[in-house]
Design a protein around this ligand. Sequence first.
Ligand code: SF4
Ligand code: SF4
Length: 186
Amino acid sequence: MTFGWGVFKGMMVTLKNFVTSYACKRDNGGIFTVQYPEEREKEFENFRNFPFLVYDGTPDKVRCVACGICERECPTKCIHIEMETDAAGKPARKPAVFDIDYGLCMNCGLCEEVCPFDSIFMDCAFEVAAAERLDGLVFHKKALLKSNEYFRKVRPALASAIDQKRKAAEEKKKAQAQPPEAPKPQ
Ligand code: SF4
Ligand code: SF4
């Protein structure tokens, strides 16, 4: 074998990639450097970062019932929840306080997996930075709340499956609430 043939072949591959990177579009082997932040790549649906809370319609219709399961299961203990109480002091099954320390969160997604009320999901927003460790990275309920429309936008397949599941459960509940039909006279 001629000495240097391997080097030549390697250089040809480099040259081909160099030329292709200018001649082709990005999704066809072209330049893959993105001029961020002017240009952005679309995030994949399964790309996930920090959790958020879903509400239906208006922010007071938060799905979370403050059961505390995600708080207990979170491996870094970065979730803090306090339940709302009504005028009589009874638990209102809503979070009065829901804080997540994004500085501690390790993006594992366990909170999403264990939530039985389809309330907490992983977001794909990644531009989360702050100069102040506590003031900037502890996210309170108001900042964590996002609409179901937002959820459908960032994670369409999962949001659609959850919508269908919730609709079926709602219909089943309505059907069970119907009084049984009176027996027809013989
Ligand atoms: S993603 Fe993991 S670490 Fe972050 S809040 Fe959820 S359970 Fe905790
Ligand atoms: S997000 Fe889900 S698991 Fe966590 S407290 Fe609310 S309902 Fe319970």
